[in-house]
Ligand binder design. Structure first.
Ligand SMILES: NC(=O)c1ccc[n+]([C@@H]2O[C@H](COP(=O)([O-])OP(=O)(O)OC[C@H]3O[C@@H](n4cnc5c(N)ncnc54)[C@H](OP(=O)(O)O)[C@@H]3O)[C@@H](O)[C@H]2O)c1
Length: 218
């Protein structure tokens, strides 16, 4: 577990009853209601850092800040972006004072970065930043907790790395359906059911019109 790397990893997703996190066209706003979204801000406030994959930045352009929480502190915001393709006008770059880390690969082409005092570019020793590498880099920076906010590919990478301590799944009472809409968890290479990740559910609670499953990987 990531405790060996000194950082507690919580994976949070908002899914439909059929386990989707976006429609086939990539639309994901909003799967859950306001009460669940408020809880996400509480979670951000409780974590030192928050992380997403580059496709989520391109699809949703999230701020990843804490809003609506009294004396809330926004976490360090991290994007996994091997090829350094994050658009310069992304909202993540528009909140001076909340640090941003872009984790690129060692094959990324050089580019112009926004001139922000709190922007840090970390270049991984591999073409794609690996999860254990990014966690050890965050540990070196003194960060002790990380909230992983998607998307599907990123959730799968974290689950495969074995570094996830806690799962927080918000389930909206909606069904998207179809084969093309993204399932919350990407490919894990499970062929036989006995290879499936076993989950220990700690609690299931109602949050507004949604449900919150709090769980651990066995
Ligand atoms: N409902 C929800 O809770 C929720 C939350 C987040 C996102 N979403 C939705 O999810 C969709 C995006 O998900 P996605 O699965 O396509 O992409 P993603 O997980 O957001 O981003 C994946 C990309 O990140 C980069 N990356 C770099 N290192 C990585 C690593 N170690 N592991 C994984 N990715 C790494 C890769 O691109 P490069 O090779 O270019 O680096 C990879 O293709 C959007 O439609 C968004 O709306 C929904």
């Amino acid at each position: 577990m990531s405790k060996e790397l000194g950082i507690k990893v919580t994976l949070k997703a908002a899914l439909t009853l059929d386990g989707k996190i976006a429609t086939a066209s990539g639309h994901s706003k909003w799967i859950t209601g306001e009460a669940a979204r408020h809880k996400v801000h509480e979670l951000r406030n409780q974590n030192d850092a928050v992380l997403v994959g580059i496709n989520t930045v391109i699809a949703d352009d999230p701020e990843l800040t804490v809003r609506g929480i009294e004396n809330g502190n926004s976490p360090v915001r991290i994007v996994l972006d091997s090829k350094a393709r994050i658009p310069e006008n992304s909202r993540i770059f528009q909140n001076d004072g909340t640090p941003v880390i872009i984790a690129t690969g060692n094959k990324a082409l050089s580019r112009k970065w926004p001139n922000l005092p709190d922007l840090k570019i970390l270049t991984s020793p591999t073409a794609t930043p690996e999860i254990t590498w990014i966690l050890s880099e965050l540990h070196k920076l003194g960060l002790k907790s990380l909230l992983v906010e998607g998307g599907s590919f990123t959730y799968a990478s974290f689950l495969k790395s074995g570094a996830v301590d806690r799962l927080v799944l918000f389930i909206g009472p909606k069904i998207i359906g179809g084969q093309e809409a993204l399932s919350w968890c990407g490919e894990l290479g499970v062929d036989q059911l006995d290879q499936a990740l076993q989950i220990d559910i700690s609690s299931i609670t109602a949050v507004g019109e949604d449900w919150l499953i709090d769980a651990k990987i066995k």
